[in-house]
Design a protein around this ligand. Structure first.
Ligand SMILES: Cc1cc2nc3c(=O)[nH]c(=O)nc-3n(C[C@H](O)[C@H](O)[C@H](O)COP(=O)(O)OP(=O)(O)OC[C@H]3O[C@@H](n4cnc5c(N)ncnc54)[C@H](O)[C@@H]3O)c2cc1C
Length: 355
């Protein structure tokens, strides 16, 4: 009999694990709390234009992620940085135009948007295997199995793999009996990548910045946006700029942020900058399915890939996965895949021990 594996979370980690385990003959179920898959991969379609409000780039050293793209027949293209960049040093000065140095490390984007990865993975699951609107609230250790309780259903499996950020897991899911206290302690000190970020996108009719010899790249010491990039699609048919806002604007309203951005766009690009047809944003700090409101400051990536995540818990019936548990590129998409491959190997050896 193949093991039944219950996967908590339908982000890149959960979907990749389900995809690999299913291929190996495991019986799987993925429980996702949200009404969409993808987690921190969130491509919003606005005016027929895809705007990445979550993960956007990958790099040539992301070997395991690149292997997955190859397997799924997903193509990549280079982030456009052709043309001059702009830098705003102070609020009193005009942004300065400068030549970007030759690109040392090319950032790649995914043709069709980052959500192509999760959408392609999800194609392999039946409705019995991938469940949305299933927020896990409790994990109970039974004699030979493990029971997982969501807000409105119960599931039983041989093994449970959590792919939700560790800090969120130990603070929002109740364990019976209580979870190992060392694990809880480290999880509480494990940083969740980009949890406080605010991303925004602006859709335009034309790539006016290119006509001015600009790359669309801009940096600011002042804000509200601190970084901005060209977000034209692969076919060069849809035009957008995309960037990051100062995190401290998360408490303001969307209208306030947009008004401030509009003024800064005018300063950077003149009146054409303000002439966007659509504004999109995502304040990740407000996403309850990403982080737990822990006031403690954690430096980026702290405890990502801590050795404690390599262990199995509740008599080999609970495995903690997800990008932040990866010893390599923790917090990034590559980390999600790297850790996924480790967990697949762990489960295969567990299965071999049983049979
Ligand atoms: C703004 C932003 C920009 C980024 N840019 C990049 C980039 O350019 N390149 C890069 O490599 N990485 C980037 N990242 C990081 C990348 O998105 C993540 O590393 C990756 O998507 C993590 O996948 P995951 O499945 O491990 O976690 P998540 O995507 O967080 O998935 C966890 C899933 O669990 C679900 N969940 C939570 N609680 C429960 C519960 N109780 N029950 C059931 N389900 C639950 C969530 O809804 C979510 O779908 C970025 C992230 C953000 C937010």
């Amino acid at each position: 009999m193949s093991k039944t594996v219950l996967i908590i979370g339908g982000g890149l980690s959960g979907l990749y694990l389900g995809f690999k385990l299913k291929k190996l003959g495991f019986q799987i179920k993925i429980l996702e709390a949200n009404d969409r898959i993808g987690g921190r991969i969130y491509t919003k379609i606005s005016q027929q234009t895809k705007v990445e409000l979550g993960a956007t780039w990958l790099w040539r050293y992301n070997k395991q992620l690149l292997n997955l793209c190859k397997e799924l027949e997903i193509s990549l293209f280079e982030q456009n940085i052709n043309g001059d960049a702009l830098f705003e040093a102070t609020s009193a000065s005009q942004p300065q135009r400068f030549k970007l140095p030759p690109n040392q490390e090319i950032s790649y984007r995914i043709v069709g948007g980052t959500f192509t990865i999760v959408n392609k993975l999800a194609l392999s699951f039946s409705s019995e295997e991938l469940h949305l609107h299933q927020k896990v609230v409790q994990i109970i250790n039974q004699k030979k199995s493990v029971q997982v309780i969501t807000e409105d259903a119960e599931f039983t499996a041989d093994v449970v793999v959590s792919t939700i950020p560790p800090q969120l897991l130990v603070n929002t899911v109740k364990f019976i009996p209580k979870i190992n206290h060392h694990l809880k302690n480290i999880a509480n000190k494990t940083h969740t990548w980009m949890k406080d970020s605010i991303k925004f996108g602006l859709v335009y009719k034309t790539p006016f910045w290119k006509e001015k010899g600009l790359s669309g790249v801009g940096f600011s010491n002042v804000g509200p946006f601190t970084e901005i990039y060209d977000h034209t699609n692969f076919k060069n048919k849809t035009f957008a700029l995309m960037g990051f806002l100062n995190n401290n604007l998360s408490k303001e309203t969307k209208a306030y942020r947009e008004e401030k951005i509009s003024k800064q766009l005018f300063k950077f690009f003149g009146k054409e900058g303000k002439n966007y047809i659509c504004y999109e944003e995502k304040v990740w700090h407000k996403e309850p399915l990403l982080s737990f409101n822990n006031q403690q400051f954690l430096s980026p990536h702290s405890n990502n890939g801590h050795p404690i995540y390599q262990k199995k818990y509740i008599n080999n019936k609970l495995i903690i996965a997800g990008s932040e548990t990866s010893p390599s590129y923790g917090g990034y998409m590559e980390g999600a895949i790297f850790r996924g491959n480790q967990v697949v190997a762990q489960l295969v050896s567990l299965q071999e021990m049983v049979s």
